[in-house]
Each structure stands twice: as C-alpha cells, then as structure tokens.
Design a protein around this ligand. Structure first.
Ligand code: NOJ
Length: 720
C-alpha cells in the first residue's frame, strides 16, 4: 500500500474535502460555462467540482472514460475519481430480483450470476457497486422487499456474503472485479407499516438476532464499503446514530472500510429534525464516521469551517481522506484510473449468448411452484394454447432497478412459449390491464372465448415492475385492477388453466389459489423470463425454488413471518379455519400465511425419512451430526432444498416457534435416496438475552426438517 502522508501534506483543505464528496455524472459532463441548474441547487462552484473524488449515475463506459480523462487533465495531484453505481440484479443481462434469488437457496448460483453482473458492470465502467442490500424484512407492503432476500436471517447473511465474494473476486484491482458496498445499515427493512423511509422502532433483541447479522456477514466476507440507512432507528437517523455507527460498527465489529452516506441522507438530517442546518448535519455525519457524502453539500460547504472552529481537527480530516485514498489505491486507480476498462469493449462483454443462457437458468431456478393439482408440466404435444392476461406478451418483466437492462431486450412469455411449442396454435389475449385503476372488463369476453377454444390456458398476471422498488410501497398487495376477476372468469371457462404470476413482492392471492389448479410464481425474472416460463411449464426444468418470504392470505396479516413467537394463547394450525375465542388468531382469516417461507413444489415427490442425531445430548464445544434421508419418489430427476430448523423449548426469553439453522440444496435422480448431513453446535442455539449478551441455555431443543409450519420430522436434543 502506498504511503499517502506526503500527498496529504501537499493537499489543500478544499482538495481534501473534495475527496469526501460524491455527485451525479451530469455535473461533470455539462459545459464548463454551465453553473446554473443542479450545480447551483447544490451550492457548488466550478472550483468545487474539480476536487470532487467520486461519481455516481453515469451512462456507460464511454461516459466514465470521458469524465475521468477530463478530470485528470486538471486534477490537482492526479488523484483519480472513483465511479460507483447500483448493480442490483444484473448490469445489462438482467437476472431475477434478489428476493427471487433467495428462493433458489443456491449460493453457487448467486455467485455465478453476480460474477456475470460484475464482468458486465466492470466493462461498463463501474468500479464499486452499492450491493449487497441485506435489509431483513417481514412486511411485503414495503417496495424495497424486491432488493432483499426476505424474512430469514441465515439466508440473508449467506446471500450477502456470496455477492461480496463474487463481485470482489478476491482482488478488487482485477479489471473484471467490482468492489461492494453493503447497505442499508441498519434495519431499513423494518419501516413501520411497510412505508418506504418510515420510522423504525426495533427492540435490541430483534435487531441483534434478525436485522444486524447479515451486515456483519458481509463485513466478515470482506466488503469494502458500507452505507447507512435513511431511516431513524429507535429515534436517531442511522448516519447520525452514534450507538450504531461507532459502538456497534467500529468498536464491536471492527469495521475498517469506507462509509458512504445514502443519497442526500446528510441533507435529510434537517427534515428528520435532528440538525438545525446543513452545517449541523455535516457535523453529525462526520462525527459518526461518514467518509463520503453522497449528493448533498454539507461537507463541501461546511467542513472547512468546522475545522477552523476546532469542532474537528485536521488530523480527523486527514484520517477520513486517507481512508478514501487507500481505497482508490486498493482498486488500483492510481496506476490505471480506468480500472482496465476500454469503452469499445462494453457492448461485446454484455448480453452475450452465455450470459443469456445463465440468466435463463437463474430465472428458472428462482421461480416457485406455489400450487399444482397435477396439471403441470404441460405436454409439448398440446395443440391449442390460450395465453391470457396483461403480462402474456409483456417485456416489462425484468424488474425495477435493472441498471442498464432494457425492457425491449427481454423475452416475453408469448415469445418463450412460441419457441417451445412451434407447431401449436397460440392465441394471445390481454383481457385487462394491471394497474390499480385498470377497471375495464371489456376484454373479458374475448379472453373467455379464447379460453373455451383452448386445450390449455396460461394466465399471465401480476404487478407492473414499477410497483416495487424504492418509494413503491403498497397498502394492498393483491393483483392490481381486475386481474383476479379475469382469472376467475377464465378458469370457469376452461378448467385446464395455469397461472403464471409476476411481482416484486409476495402477493395476497387467496382467490387465485382457490380457483386455479396450478400457480407458478416468477417474481420479476429478468431478461430471459419468458424462456424460463416455457422451460418450467413444459417440464424442461423441474421447479425447485422455495419461498424466501411468506405470501399472506390478506394484507392485514402483515408483518407475517415464519419465525414468530408462540404467544401465551396460540391456536393449533389444525384449527386454523375455525374461530376459537381468546387465541391469537384473526377471526376472519386465521394466522397462517397462504404460502409460508420455505414453501415450493416440484414435479418430483421427495420423501423425508430417518432424521437421526449422532447424540441426543451434547454440550458447548461439541458438535453433533444430524442426518436425513431424502428419497426421490418419482420418475423425474429433481432438486430439493433440505432445511434444518430448531426450536428452543424453554428459555429465559420466549423463543420463536422455528429458526432455520442450516440448509443444503441437493440434486436427486429419479428413484434415488440421498443422505443429507448437517453439523450442529452450541453457537447455533444462542439468542440475545435481556442483559444484552449472546447466550445459549441448557435444556430441551427440537431439531426438525421440512419447512416453517410444515415440519416433517422432529427429534429432541438436550443441551447440557
Ligand atoms: C438511494 C438508495 O436508497 C440506495 O440504495 C442507492 O444505493 C443510492 N440511492 C444510490 O443510487
């Protein structure tokens, strides 16, 4: 690592502060004479801009090249800029949204897809991605559930770590590696009522057990940067939250990387009402260790003053600047400010045949077969197919926040199915729209007529992709518009009806479940979505996804999650549908979700047998082996995620009814039996108690396999 002390001694205070700021690319590509508009709004001068250390939201490799080149022509001390962007589920070749990726329970696949994204993004000039987003979440109303991987902390942690590993690829200096930034620290996913940016109030035990571990897992995996969240956490916005940013992040976890604010989050401390003015906001953020301010001007305008007033010292400023310079050096930018990127290579690196094939595989692996009364898979000999619904021939299924992904480059369901069964007659009828206010039912008659004529109906329903993502929370998570009515009318006309559903969040679809014999949930599958639908419906791929987040029966059940407490008045799931007084159930729909976390069908039938523990008692420092035999009781090869759960039966704190402690995805040939083994140790049985310590308590635990409310086999384990 270079010694930057000499460089620091030559830099002016303005040059140093510039390294701690980040602005949008448009500021750097406008004409030199143009100081009105965005630049004036931010209170910036041309002189400020030449010191700025990093850029976000640029168009492509060519633009990065031009901005960097122009910058270096005038840059004091030749310090290169660093270029950052959000690569959430692919760069140009788009794969399923992260919530869907979680459903694969396949970390090798997550790594493969993330490597592909890294290669394309690096060719596009991206040196750092604001990924992984590991905000634990329990409320499907929140628009940003699509960016998370759901309601389980172990899955979240493994997914986050896999993404860090794949993007950074061992050495961020490599031209096809991209540095990562874990976000949004912390508990952004706990927004009250699922409303984006809303207040977060979480007990310390819930924070420690559910919300914090995935950020820590990314730090352990070597993430280089971290972004604090927009929300207040127990009253204090994250970026100004000393307990979070100093006590937990630095002192407890020892995080030593670069911290960048979220977009305008320093400026928003005024709206939160914890800073009187921008100077105050800059003071709070800098004091709590925010190195780079994104898109507000608190540092540029006030940090110098704060040092002159001895609120901060020169040495503190130097430490922050050093951190940024060292990070740029780790990226190799002082030797090669373009990070190996050649603008002419971007097109050839992106959307290749191989990348499309990988996206197709990914989309199929992440889909979840929610219901199948036996109608699926469909025969390729089918003569007449009616493809009905607003998403039957729709390109907008790649998902929100698709970086450089282009809707027009995606494969629609109609295109995928036409290629799969070229000799069949395929009728495509939209039937209705899929926005909230699409109430027009005049297309129903044509849809019903097509359904009557067809051997099989494939209904393609769901949310528009813009209904999830940042700022896109919903109060009702049903199928928007009159899609449910369309589905019921079509299913009445033809009982061979299959629904293929698309969304960026779990949906409440009880009527669809009651009326349609098979439902395949695709989430937002990405560029190759339509081909993946065809692969799954016609059996070329056997579905293997399992839900990363529960689908409620009604939005009023939110937040709903599998790892809930028992309460003092639980009701047995067997009595779910009957009202029994004085228990915790809702009287109108019970407590269980429509489909729980972990649910997902296959065309194979898997039989779980012989759950064995190497010992039924053990103590701290020892390990026991748990084995389960899984038999593929069908004539189709398939994949199965075997999940291991535990329940602490009696403890000084009430404990959840289930906690996932490990999982493995296996491939099993038709008729084959596989023994799956897990190791369990005492650390996996710990919880955060009211004295703020991780502890395990001796006594009885249950070890189970199956999923959530559908545990198949259970054994007792005693911790001495
Ligand atoms: C705001 C979002 O909250 C964050 O996730 C993202 O990384 C930044 N904008 C930059 O695009």
């Amino acid at each position: 690592m270079k010694d930057f002390r000499k460089l620091l001694s030559q830099m002016t205070i303005e040059e140093k502060i510039g390294q701690l700021t980040q602005y949008n690319a448009n500021l750097f590509i406008q004409s030199d004479a143009d100081i009105t508009g965005p630049m004036a709004d931010l209170g910036l001068t041309k002189n400020d801009l030449k010191n700025v250390g990093s850029v976000l939201n640029f168009k492509n490799a060519k633009e990065v090249y031009e901005i960097q080149k122009k910058h270096l022509e005038k840059a004091p001390h030749q310090i290169p800029m660093v270029f950052m962007m959000d690569v959430i589920h692919g760069y140009r070749t788009i794969f399923p949204i992260p919530l869907a990726l979680g459903c694969s329970f396949d970390m090798d696949l997550v790594e493969e897809l993330s490597r592909m994204a890294a290669k394309e993004a690096a060719a596009g000039g991206i040196q750092v991605t604001f990924t992984p987003m590991v905000d634990y979440v329990r409320d499907a109303r929140w628009g940003r559930v699509m960016e998370t991987c759901g309601e389980d902390v172990l899955l979240n942690s493994r997914m986050g770590a896999a993404q860090v590993k794949a993007f950074q690829n061992g050495d961020i200096k490599q031209p096809d590696s991209v540095a990562t930034c874990v976000k949004h620290f912390a508990a952004y996913g706990g927004a009250e009522a699922g409303r984006d940016y809303n207040t977060v109030e979480i007990s310390e035990h819930a924070l420690r057990e559910y919300y914090l571990p995935a950020y820590k897992a990314c730090i352990d995996a070597g993430v280089d940067m971290l972004m604090p969240s927009f929300n207040t956490l127990n009253g204090v916005p994250s970026i100004a939250n000393e307990w979070l940013m100093q006590d937990v992040l630095r002192k407890e976890w020892g995080f030593d990387g670069v911290v960048i604010s979220d977009y305008n989050a320093v400026g928003e401390l005024l709206q939160h009402g914890v800073a009187e003015n921008l100077k105050d906001a800059a003071k709070l953020a800098f004091k709590n260790g925010c190195h780079i301010e994104m898109c507000s001007s608190g540092y540029i305008q006030h940090l110098k003053e704060l040092i002159e007033e001895s609120i901060f010292t020169q040495a503190q400023l130097d430490e922050a600047v050093l951190k940024v310079l060292q990070f740029k050096d780790k990226l190799g930018l002082f030797e090669d400010p373009y990070h190996g990127m050649i603008p002419e290579n971007e097109e050839a690196t992106c959307l290749t045949v191989e990348h499309r094939a990988l996206a197709r595989k990914g989309a199929a692996e992440c889909a979840v077969l929610l219901k199948n009364d036996g109608i699926l898979p469909l025969s390729k000999e089918v003569k007449k197919v009616a493809l009905i619904g607003p998403l039957a021939d729709e390109h907008e299924i790649i998902g929100f926040w698709a970086c450089r992904g282009r809707n027009e480059e995606s494969i629609t369901v109609a295109e995928g199915i036409c290629k799969m069964i070229p000799d069949a007659e395929i009728m495509v009828v939209k039937g209705c729209g899929n926005r909230f206010d699409d109430c027009d039912t005049s297309g129903f008659a044509e849809a019903v007529e097509a359904a009557k004529q067809a051997d099989v109906v494939i209904l393609c329903l769901g949310e528009p992709q813009k209904y999830a993502g940042e700022g896109n929370s919903r109060t009702d998570i049903c199928l928007p518009g009159v899609q449910t009515e369309l589905a019921l009318a079509v299913a009445k006309a033809n009982e061979n009806t299959v629904a293929v559903t698309f969304s960026g969040r779990p949906l409440a679809i009880p009527k669809l479940d009651a009326a349609i014999p098979a439902i395949l949930h695709m989430w937002m599958p990405g560029t190759e979505g339509g081909n993946a639908v065809a692969d799954l419906l016609f059996g070329d791929v056997n579905p293997s996804g399992k839900l990363s987040m529960s689908f409620p029966k009604a939005v009023g059940q939110c937040p709903i999650y599998y790892n809930h407490m028992n309460t003092g008045r639980p009701k047995s799931p067997a009595k779910e549908s009957r009202h029994v007084g004085y228990c915790s159930n809702y009287i109108d729909c019970g407590n269980l979700p429509l489909y729980s976390f972990g649910h997902g069908l296959s065309y194979s039938e898997f039989v779980y047998e012989d759950l064995c523990l190497s010992s039924d008692e053990f103590q701290a420092g020892e390990k026991i082996t748990v084995s389960i035999s899984v038999r593929n009781n069908s004539d189709r090869d398939g994949k199965e995620t075997v999940m291991l759960y535990m329940r602490d039966m009696v403890a000084s704190n009430a404990r959840p009814v289930q906690q996932l402690i490990d999982f493995k995805k296996i491939e099993i040939k038709a008729g084959e039996i596989q023994i799956v083994t897990f190791e369990v140790d005492e650390t996996m049985l710990r919880f955060w108690n009211n004295r703020n310590e991780w502890v395990s308590e001796s006594g009885l635990f249950q070890i189970s396999t199956g999923y959530a409310d559908h545990l198949i086999l259970t054994k007792n384990l005693y911790l001495k």
